[in-house]
Design a protein around this ligand. Structure first.
Ligand SMILES: Cc1cc2nc3c(=O)[nH]c(=O)nc-3n(C[C@H](O)[C@H](O)[C@H](O)COP(=O)(O)O)c2cc1C
Length: 160
């Protein structure tokens, strides 16, 4: 096995949540599933997400300066499945799932146990992703203390 393959296999041992990340295509909410999400500052609260360099979401987040992160409850694999094809909104649903608007218009899924919206404060280019670092500007807790959906629980992998 090459060093790079070994590194890839080792990095797959990092435990992650499986999130639905949202943004705006103009005024139209758009979404994708993502696991590369982490808090990077307490005060003010900042969160980093890594978005594929050649993806539509990268364009939408870059243009709107906004993204949302929806944390799904454990057992929410079927909900997450609706977002695998990176759907955009029609009416008040995305991928058949209801959403509400955060303060600046990003999608907050009704099925999420918690959601937050970030305004982009920094961007960092890395070889095949763009890291967006955003300040939390709106947050909604729908269900406190619930277990959250993890990448492991879905049985999915993020690879190319
Ligand atoms: C399990 C899983 C995890 C993923 N994690 C990320 C991620 O952290 N960042 C990202 O940009 N794309 C991630 N993706 C890919 C996106 O969900 C999406 O399919 C891709 O960005 C599509 O780009 P498009 O909007 O140009 O069609 C992940 C996909 C899967 C199945």
């Amino acid at each position: 096995m090459s060093d790079r393959e070994t590194a890839g296999r080792v990095l797959e041992h990092i435990p992650y949540g499986l999130y639905v990340v949202g943004s705006l295509n103009g005024r139209v909410p758009a979404t994708m599933v993502a696991n590369w999400v982490t808090q990077v500052s307490f005060s003010p609260p900042w969160v980093a997400i890594a978005v594929e360099a050649d993806s539509r979401m990268r364009e939408y987040i870059g243009r709107s300066g906004l993204f949302s992160v929806n944390i799904l409850p454990s057992g929410g694999r079927d909900t997450a499945k609706a977002f695998l094809k990176a759907p955009e909104a029609t009416g008040d649903t995305i991928g058949g799932k209801k959403f509400e608007r955060a303060k600046n218009g990003s999608p907050f899924l009704v099925d999420a146990s918690a959601s937050f919206e970030c305004r982009v404060m920094r961007t960092l280019e890395v070889p095949d992703h763009l890291v967006f670092i955003g300040e939390v500007v709106d947050a909604l807790l729908r269900r406190e203390g619930t277990d959250v959906l993890t990448l492991r629980e879905t049985g999915w992998r993020y690879n190319r």
